[in-house]
Design a protein around this ligand. Structure first.
Ligand SMILES: [Mn+2]
Length: 322
C-alpha cells in the first residue's frame, strides 16, 4: 500500500522542452484514458487540480546551447510551486506531462520537501534515455534531454538552483531503469558522475525482477520514493505515442512487474508521467496502457496478496486451487 492515499493530479500541458511538438496534449489524453477513475479504483482519493499555464512554444532553435530556455524556466516555476504545495498539504502529487524537462520543477520541489522534513529521497527514473545531457553535450539543445543533469547541479542556475539547493539531487540517490539510448558525450558524463544505470543490457542479463530489486534496494524505512516515468521506457510496439521511441524497451509484462514492485515498497510519494504524445499515438492506446501501469503502481493486482507468494504457497495454490 502506498503511504499517502490522497493524490493530486497536476497537468502541465507543454512541449517547450522537447524537439517534437505534441506532448502538450499529454495531460488531456491521460484524463480521457480514465486516469482519475482508475486511481479511484485503487482506493485512492483523487483531486484533479486541472492544468497549469505558461508561455506557448516559440519553436526557437538553439540559443547559447538551449532551446526555449525562458519558456522552460517559466513552466518549471509553475510546476515547482504546484508540486510543493501538494506535498505540504500531505498529498501525493502526480505530474501529468508535458515533456520531461518539467521533472526539474517537480523533483526540485520533492527534494526541497525531503530536506524540510528530513527524509531521504530515492529517485527512480524509468526512461529509454539517461536525460543527463548538458548544453555542451546535447546535439539538439532540447531541455527534455537534460533534466537529471540539471537536478544534479549541471545547468543554467534558474533551473539548477530551483528549490534553494544546488544540486537538488545527488547522483547516488538516483536509479535509472530501461535505458537504451545515450548520446556519445553523455555516456562519459554519466560514467564520471557514477550514475546507477540499469540499462536494457542489464535487464536482459539479470532480468527485470532483479534489476528492480537493485533499483529499490536500501531505501530508508520512511524514505520518499519519487518515480519519474517517461513513457518511452515502454517498447514502441505497445507505446507508440512518444516523440523519442527507441526499440527494445519494456514489454507489457516487464513493465507491469516494475510497477507492482514499486507498489510493494509502499513508499511511492510522488510521480511524474511524462512525454506522452497523443499526436503520435494510435487511438489513445499509449495513454490507456499508461493508466493501466499507473494503477499497478498504486497497488492494483490480480490477486489479493500481502506480499509475493513463496514457492511453497504457489505450489499449494496449484494443488488445491486458490
Ligand atoms: Mn526522459
Amino acid at each position: 500500500m502506498s503511504k499517502a492515499r490522497m493524490v493530486s493530479l497536476i497537468g502541465a500541458p507543454t512541449d517547450v522542452g522537447a524537439s517534437d511538438r505534441g506532448a502538450s496534449m499529454g495531460p488531456e489524453a491521460l484524463r480521457v484514458a480514465g486516469l482519475d477513475a482508475g486511481l479511484r479504483g485503487c482506493g485512492l482519493t483523487v483531486e484533479d487540480l486541472g492544468n497549469l499555464s505558461g508561455p506557448p512554444n516559440p519553436g526557437v532553435r538553439k540559443v547559447d546551447g538551449y532551446r526555449n530556455l525562458t519558456e522552460v524556466v517559466a513552466w518549471n516555476g509553475a510546476v515547482y510551486e504546484a508540486v510543493h504545495a501538494e506535498l505540504i498539504r500531505g498529498r501525493l502529487p502526480i505530474l501529468l506531462g508535458g515533456d520531461h524537462s518539467l521533472s526539474v520543477g517537480s523533483i526540485a520541489a520533492v527534494a526541497r520537501h525531503c530536506r524540510d522534513t528530513r527524509k531521504s529521497l530515492r529517485v527512480l527514473w524509468l526512461d529509454a534515455h539517461t536525460d543527463f545531457n548538458t548544453r555542451e553535450l546535447s546535439p539538439s539543445g532540447s531541455l527534455h534531454g537534460m533534466p537529471l543533469s540539471i537536478l544534479c547541479g549541471f545547468g543554467p542556475p534558474e533551473l539548477a538552483a530551483m528549490g534553494g539547493a544546488r544540486p537538488a539531487v545527488k547522483p547516488h540517490w538516483v536509479r535509472q531503469v530501461g535505458i537504451r539510448s545515450v548520446d556519445a558525450g553523455e555516456r562519459e558524463f554519466v560514467h564520471a558522475q557514477n550514475l546507477e544505470v540499469l540499462d536494457m543490457r542489464c535487464v536482459d542479463e539479470i532480468g527485470i525482477r532483479r534489476a528492480m530489486e537493485i533499483a529499490l534496494d536500501d531505501m530508508d524505512e520512511d524514505g520518499h520514493l519519487h518515480v519519474s516515468f517517461d513513457v518511452d521506457f515502454l517498447d514502441p510496439e505497445i507505446a507508440p505515442g512518444v516523440g523519442t521511441t527507441v526499440p527494445g524497451g519494456m514489454t507489457y509484462r516487464e513493465a507491469q512487474l516494475c510497477m507492482e514492485m514499486i507498489a510493494d515498497t509502499g513508499r511511492i510519494a510522488s510521480l511524474d508521467i511524462m512525454e506522452l504524445n497523443p499526436a503520435l499515438d494510435v487511438r489513445n492506446k499509449t495513454a490507456i496502457i499508461t493508466v493501466e501501469l499507473v494503477q499497478s503502481m498504486f497497488g492494483k493486482s490480480t490477486l489479493l496478496r500481502e506480499r509475493p507468494r513463496t514457492p511453497r504457497a504457489l505450489a499449494l495454490q496449484h494443488e488445491y486451487g486458490p
